[in-house]
Design a protein. Structure first.
Length: 161
């Protein structure tokens, strides 16, 4: 497979039973649920490691990507919360951390002074441009061919549907 790291091949050939040292499961459904959780945690750790040298977390990266999609229009904290992948994150706190790093600006909404508009700065846009390679890196982490990835996406969508 082109572009697949040996680590990814090794890792994804490991069975859940070996990874968590549990030889048996109550059912295939239990195994599937644990496998999804374990794989999610593994994937999160892989992605976080790529972001760490840039001084941002996955949740902050998610906020920046949402803001880039809105650019040049501002986004409200409410909109950010709705679109975030991690619904448990505190969007206001994340925005403030990004503001302190110079990646976003907060402005009082002209129409409703109780609301805050958030806009990505040029520094934030430049950071995202430098991180765009991560989208290509997913090919390395997900050691599957195109048809397998499509099938995986369909199954995950069905699971949540």
């Amino acid at each position: 497979m082109e572009g697949v790291s040996l680590y990814a091949l090794f890792y994804f050939n490991m069975k859940l039973e070996d990874e968590i040292s549990q030889p048996k499961f109550k059912s295939e459904y239990q195994k599937a649920a644990l496998n999804i959780i374990y794989t999610c945690n593994w994937f999160t750790s892989q992605h976080s490691a790529k972001l760490k040298p840039h001084g941002i977390t996955q949740q902050q990266y998610n906020i920046l990507r949402i803001l880039r999609g809105q650019h040049p229009k501002p986004a409200s904290i409410k909109l950010l919360k709705e679109r975030m992948m991690d619904k448990m994150s505190d969007a206001s706190r994340l925005v403030e951390k990004l503001r302190l790093k110079g990646f976003v600006e907060r402005k009082i909404n002209r129409d409703d002074r109780r609301n805050v508009d958030v806009v990505i700065t040029q520094k934030g846009l430049d950071l995202l441009t430098s991180l765009d390679y991560l989208d290509d890196n997913f090919k390395e982490i997900i050691a599957l061919d195109n048809s397998e990835v499509q099938q995986l996406n369909e199954l995950l969508d069905k699971l949540r549907g």
